[in-house]
Design a protein around this ligand. Structure first.
Ligand SMILES: NC(=O)C1=CN([C@@H]2O[C@H](COP(=O)(O)OP(=O)(O)OC[C@H]3O[C@@H](n4cnc5c(N)ncnc54)[C@H](O)[C@@H]3O)[C@@H](O)[C@H]2O)C=CC1
Ligand SMILES: O=C(O)C(=O)COP(=O)(O)O
Length: 633
């Protein structure tokens, strides 16, 4: 509920690459040269000239003259251009359309572009022709654009300065633009402030001169306490991505208007403590530990995205108590792990890990010794969750008999047989594969005793978490020949980057297949994860929806009505009553309310009418036991 406290300054807004995402003349060239054999070359030349003009490298009228000469455009191309530009208005301008309508008469478009295409585009935003100051084209008798009206001040060097001087505006003047000529109005003392608008293009020479750099129009409105469509500028949401999630993740966050930074590889605790201040969204994979110390240093964290399945690396309760939502991708790489597990079972059953290196050394070792089919063999799945149960289906399809053991009651798929104890499973299975989650209690779930229970010659797989298996005990079981082979994808310590050496006593053991934690590393899985997690996080930021959050009470919310109050609080009696009493005292009309609690926190969402006194918000922030509070509109 921002309210305008002072008269709006005059806003001088540039058109090309500010009001719209693109340069009008570049687009016109695209249209006019559509069937020209050298179209790409000429469009490229025009773009280069635009850039040189915008960054101050080439004087403006020269750049304009050269561009128009290359253009070969005609009058009938202009309606096409206008239609195209209407679809390319900058997102944050479109979002705040009502601002332009409300402040009609205070906003000028001052542009070295051309009135013929600017006027109809900005008319949709209630900007009248007399508030558009721009060049005009000249045409020959046949309708070909021949140049520009040289009497127009805007066609000359320093044209914007002269134009603004002629306007002689009384009161504060703020200029918003992406080009050097926009800054020059401020330099000439005709504007009080220059805002470099970087939503579409950021030019270093321009940014360097700006009073403020605004990655969106929302940011301008927010800084000046002006009414805006969003409750918070998205460009203020900063994302830190670690461990190389698929590039699609950064792309989606950027499209949303967030500021994204990526660090290849992982960061250790100290490094992350250093980096986390100011970060709103942290994206990690299985390696990065989000510890209590990291959370203590996280002063703006809204959400953590685990771009994987496992979340044992995250202090989930600590996040919850801080009101930080954690989301993962619970099924995006399930199939990838299953396929790898199945392949490994076959590869180990044929002793390929021994045979393959020999072949590379030139040694021909043809023999059936120790090799067997997997058809009819017993596969023991420990942990019958999403991966375990999917593997069960696929393994039966290739003729294996499936046994499983899970601490939770699970739906038995196909002909799988449930074991009542882990020991029962270990004693019967020809192949034992681990798919439990990485909870701390599972540390060393499989050690010397468990290996001893397995059948002689049994094959063992771990694609779950490294700490589940006692590695020295596994190495002994392989060395002694008790195990027929093993395939290990996850390790108690895993290198932070691809440049670090992998150390393990499993290296060099017979019929042992070692993989660098790649169970979920397929193009399909990584792409799916990179879409799934950002979508959940952006949904949470935009609507408060916590569905599929792994640590906050899950509420799937209906479409927001008017304004939405989002309140996370310690789960102690009386908080909901305090909120509702406060709303009642201020006569706020509640349109809908949704509450869910768990043992630590309560999550309450209240949709209210738009009309309320602004002090309600301040009072709600102060409700005792509040962890996080925000308003969405
Ligand atoms: N190698 C890799 O690249 C990947 C590894 N993973 C790991 O696989 C794990 C499992 O993934 P999902 O099947 O999706 O998880 P899930 O949560 O659906 O299944 C885990 C199952 O293990 C059971 N469980 C936990 N502790 C147990 C124990 N001590 N004994 C028997 N059962 C136990 C749970 O009750 C649950 O049914 C993940 O938590 C992750 O650590 C996941 C994806 C890729
Ligand atoms: O999904 C998981 O839990 C995994 O173990 C995969 O982890 P990663 O994304 O490869 O670090």
């Amino acid at each position: 509920m921002s309210s305008v406290t002072q008269p709006l300054p005059y806003l001088i807004i540039d058109f090309d690459s500010t009001f719209t995402q693109v340069e009008g003349l570049d687009e016109l060239a695209d249209i006019a040269l559509q069937h020209h054999p050298e179209r790409e070359k000429i469009v490229g030349q025009i773009r280069a000239l635009t850039d040189r003009g915008m960054s101050g490298e080439l004087n403006f009228s020269e750049s304009l003259k050269q561009r128009l000469a290359l253009l070969e455009a005609r009058r009938e191309h202009l309606p096409l251009l206008v239609a195209q530009l209407k679809t390319k208005v900058s997102d944050s301008i479109v979002r705040n359309r009502s601002f332009f309508e409300r402040f009609r008469g205070r906003i000028y478009i001052v542009s070295s572009g051309f009135r013929e295409f600017i006027e109809p585009v900005v008319a949709d935003f209630d900007i009248a022709p007399e508030f558009v100051l721009a060049n005009t084209f000249t045409y020959d008798a046949g309708g070909q654009i021949t140049g520009f009206d040289p009497d127009n001040v805007l066609s000359r060097d320093g044209g914007k300065i002269e134009q603004l001087r002629q306007l002689d505006l009384a009161g504060d003047v703020y200029v918003l633009g992406d080009g050097y000529t926009d800054y020059q109005m401020r330099e000439a003392g005709l504007a009080n402030r220059f805002y470099a608008f970087t939503e579409n293009v950021a030019r270093a020479a321009v940014v360097a001169q700006a009073d403020e750099v605004i990655p969106s129009f929302d940011e301008f409105l927010y800084q000046n306490k002006l009414p805006m469509t969003l409750s918070y500028p998205k460009n203020r949401i900063s994302v830190l991505l670690l461990e190389n999630p698929d590039a699609r993740a950064a792309e989606l966050f950027r499209q949303e208007g967030y500021q994204v930074e990526s660090v290849p590889g992982g960061l250790d605790e100290d490094e992350l403590v250093e980096r986390i201040a100011g970060v709103s969204i942290l994206g990690i994979r299985s390696k990065t530990q989000v510890t209590p110390r990291v959370l203590e240093a996280a002063n703006r964290l809204i959400a953590v995205g685990a771009f994987c399945i496992g979340t044992n690396q995250i202090d989930l309760v600590g996040c919850m108590k801080k009101g930080v939502a954690v989301f993962n991708a619970p099924f995006s790489n399930t199939r990838s792990v299953v396929e790898l597990a199945l392949g490994e079972i076959i590869v180990l059953a044929r002793r390929i890990p021994d045979k393959n290196p020999k072949m590379h050394q030139g040694e021909w070792d043809k023999s059936a010794r120790g090799s067997f089919e997997i058809r009819g063999k017993k596969l023991g799945i420990v942990g019958y969750g999403n991966i375990g149960s999917q593997l069960s289906v696929v393994a039966e399809a290739v003729g294996m008999q499936v046994l499983y053991y899970d601490i939770a009651e699970k739906l038995q798929l196909g002909n799988a047989v449930k074991c009542r104890t882990l020991q029962e499973l270990l004693q019967q299975a020809d192949v034992v594969t681990l798919h439990v989650d990485g909870r701390a209690e599972n540390k060393n779930l499989i050690g010397a005793e468990e290996f001893a229970l397995m059948k002689p010659g049994a094959i063992f797989l771990n694609l779950s978490r490294g700490h589940i298996v006692d590695i020295p005990a596994l190495a002994d079981a392989v060395r002694s020949g008790h195990l027929g082979g093993a395939s290990i994808d996850v390790f108690p310590y895993e290198p932070k980057t691809n440049h670090e050496i992998f150390e393990s006593e499993l290296r060099g053991l017979p019929n042992v297949l070692l993989t660098p934690h790649i169970g979920g590393s397929t193009a399909e899985a990584q792409r799916n994860i990179a879409e799934f997690v950002p979508e959940r996080i952006m949904g949470y930021v935009n609507t408060g929806n916590t569905q599929q959050s792994v640590n906050l009470p899950n509420i799937q919310l209906p479409v927001q009505q008017a304004h939405r109050l989002i309140h996370l609080h310690a789960n102690v009696p009386g908080v909901l009553a305090s909120i509702n009493n406060l709303l009642a005292d201020h006569q706020v009309n509640i349109l809908g309310q949704y509450l869910k609690t768990n043992e630590h926190i309560g999550y309450v969402i209240t949709d209210i009418d738009k009309e309320y006194a602004p002090e309600v918000i301040g009072a709600l922030r102060k409700v005792e036991h509040t962890i996080k509070f925000r308003v969405l509109y």
